[in-house]
Ligand binder design. Structure first.
Ligand SMILES: [Fe+2]
Ligand SMILES: [Fe+2]
Length: 338
């Protein structure tokens, strides 16, 4: 619902005389809200913007498996272990759909992964924070997956077909992730005083990094205007962040947790919560590689990639053998028929 209400007006896309006829046709399709598919003509900058955004998104999904993966063996019960295992596998699946969506734009997955491992490609800065306690697993689900949903629901209507379709499935799974996180936090706040303290302390560490997930303020965001004109981005960073704060504050109140922001208060004139300044210095430091866990995350990713090399090679060899066997069988059947 909110994505409709806050949608941006794209009918104003100009039919500029400097556009080629291909560009004009493309802009008209975007204005009519038609989906662009892999074999359709598209401006090179639209293609490269999508490759950057979708691959960055894919990298975030797989790097996002790391802060939680370490807690699978330490989850407090068999049920929690099963849920967390399924959730972390979902994130791997999200990476898979998204790498596949990026590949439809003519880029190969090995190149994308190489860009991640060499530090040329970015992933969400949130995953460079450590998960120190079990409450952090609840906080990731409730806040981080909650913020991801806020960002991703509008992408289900993005102009590029394969990305939009991948996001529909991803959002369904993210909503399960958000609920399981809320359930962990809800269980902790109903527990012992120590468990409640653990939840409060965790919220204090994750609140500001979660608000940073929506990216820089609109006035400082270099990509927003063009991505909006192309129907890739439907709602601006600041509007999404405000929506997230408005939804999350009452949930924190229900949980009896205090959001670590002395300036947070309801503004009846705006009909929104006002909140304090975001520590952008920290955001840029983490984005540029100097967060608490950047090096550790990348080392773990590269190690997992290298350790999985033999599996990829074995699967490729098996597929080649199967193809050769199928080709030999079809030659033999043609000869028998002749
Ligand atoms: Fe995900
Ligand atoms: Fe998730």
């Amino acid at each position: 619902m909110y994505t409709q209400a806050m949608d941006l007006d794209r009918s104003a896309t100009p039919a500029d005389a400097t556009f080629t006829s291909e560009e004009q046709a493309f802009n008209a399709r975007i204005a009519r809200d038609e989906k662009i598919e892999p074999n359709d003509w598209m401006p090179e900058s639209y293609r490269s913007t999508l490759i950057r955004q979708i691959s960055q998104h894919a990298h975030s999904e797989v790097v996002g498996m790391l802060p939680e993966g370490g807690w699978i063996t330490r989850a407090p019960s068999l049920k929690r272990k099963e849920i967390l295992l399924a959730k972390v596998q979902d994130e791997g699946g999200h990476g898979l759909y998204l790498y596949a969506a990026a590949e439809t734009l003519g880029v190969c997955r090995a190149e994308l992964i190489d860009a991640l491992h060499s530090g040329r490609a970015k992933y969400s800065s949130i995953f460079n924070y450590p998960t120190l306690t079990w409450a952090d697993i609840g906080m990731i689900g409730w806040l981080v997956d909650g913020a991801a949903i806020m960002n991703q629901v509008p992408l289900c209507r993005c102009s590029y077909g394969p990305y939009a379709r991948a996001m529909i499935r991803i959002c369904k799974e993210e909503s399960f992730h958000q609920r399981q996180g809320f359930d962990i936090v809800h269980t902790l706040v109903r527990g012992t005083p120590e468990q409640r303290r653990m939840a409060q302390e965790s919220l204090e560490r994750w609140w500001w990094p979660t608000l940073m997930m929506f990216g820089p303020h609109d006035k400082d965001s270099t990509h927003t205007a063009q991505a909006t004109a192309w129907g890739i981005k439907r709602i601006t960073n600041d509007d999404l962040r405000q929506k997230f704060v408005d939804v999350t504050v009452p949930q924190a109140e229900y949980l009896g947790l205090e959001i670590p922001d002395p300036e947070l208060r309801w503004n009846p004139e705006r009909g929104h919560y006002d909140f304090g300044p975001i520590p952008w210095d920290e955001f840029w430091r983490v984005v540029k590689g100097d967060g608490p866990c950047n090096k550790e995350r990348m080392a773990a990713r590269i190690q997992a990639f290298e350790e999985g090399r033999w599996v990829r090679e074995a699967a490729a060899a098996h597929a080649a053998k199967a193809r050769a066997r199928a080709a030999a069988a079809s030659v033999a059947s043609e000869e028998a028929a002749a």
